[in-house]
Every structure is written in C-alpha cells, then in structure tokens.
Write a protein of this length. Structure first.
Length: 182
C-alpha cells in the first residue's frame, strides 16, 4: 500500500516511536473496518498510516502537524478526502485556533462522518508506542508528556469533549456490530 511506504519512509527512520504509534493506529483502524464499505475501510486504513506525517522534521513547516501533513499529501497528489481527514484529525481545528492558525484549515472540509470519528477513535485509543489504551489513558499521557505549559496540553483539555464524543460514537457502533475492540 502506498500509504504504508510513505509513512515508513517519513517516520520509520527518524521517528521510530511515532512510527510505532502509526502502525498501532493502522491496526486499530482495521478492527473497525467491518463498519465500512471496502473503499471506505481502505481510506480509513490509509488515513491511519499517514495522519501523523506532519511530524516528520522535513515536513514540519508550521508546527501544526495535521496541517503540515495534509499540505504535503496534497502536494504529492493524495485524494482530497484523505488530505481533509488528515487536516482535521483528532480535533486539529482546536489546536489550530490555539496556535493562531484557524484560517489555514478552511481549505479542507471536516466531513464529520462515522469514518472521520473512527480515525479519531483509532488515534485516541493508541499509545505513543502503538499499544491499545483507553481514551482517558491517552489524554492523561499526552498531558503528562508535554507538561502543563505546552499548547498541546491546553489543546487536549479543550478538545476532550469533542474527542470523547467521537470515541464514544465509534465504540457504540463497534459494540452494536459485535466487534471486540479492547
Ligand atoms: Fe496520532
């Protein structure tokens, strides 16, 4: 899969921990794939693989990794829907506001669909090392890792209700489909 090669190329060598996280998010997205058509399941898997490309040092231009990743993906001709999913993943619009970059994301539409929720769920229930965690554990770890004064900690507090809602909607769908996700 091209998304796999892209993510391995940009993250695998220089950001091995981020690469483990991304592989975990990919695995998580595969758990949810029965909720979607084959095309959408593949899109979700691809989004899981490329959602954090903007952390690659060579691609980190603005410091808002969702935006940097989406811009790079657009440059290399990735489908627009995939770029938009990356641009808005895991409540990026709130981090953009905190960084004074809210206008930069208007290029992309946040589709607010079950697929978008499932990407957020996969990201928010995968640890930095790629292990499955609860959303509460994930949010607590982010705050601890960045420390109280970092914009990311402020962001995760502000984003908590929105993230928890997306996680909750996806987990309700998984339960309804009889899919074991823990
Ligand atoms: Fe992530």
């Amino acid at each position: 899969m091209w998304a796999d090669e892209l993510a391995a190329g940009w993250l695998g060598v220089h950001l091995p921990r981020r690469w483990r996280h991304v592989q975990g998010v990919y695995e998580r997205s595969r758990v949810a794939d029965r909720l979607f058509s084959t095309g959408d399941a593949d899109l979700l898997a691809a989004a899981g693989l490329v959602h954090d490309l903007g952390y690659a040092p060579e691609l980190a231009v603005t410091g808002l990794h969702a935006l940097d990743g989406a811009r790079y993906l657009r440059e290399v001709g990735a489908p627009e829907r995939l770029c938009a999913l990356v641009a808005h993943h895991s409540a990026a619009h709130l981090e953009a506001e905190l960084r004074g970059m809210a206008d930069e994301l208007v290029d992309w539409n946040d589709e607010r669909t079950p697929l978008r929720d499932a990407l957020w769920w996969a990201d928010m229930t995968t640890s930095p090392d790629g292990e499955v965690v609860t959303f509460e554990e994930r949010a607590a770890e982010i705050q601890q890792r960045y420390g109280p004064d970092d914009v990311v900690s402020t962001f995760i507090q502000a984003a908590r209700p929105e993230l928890a809602a997306a996680v909750g909607r996806t987990e309700a769908q998984l339960r309804a489909a009889g899919i074991d996700y823990v």
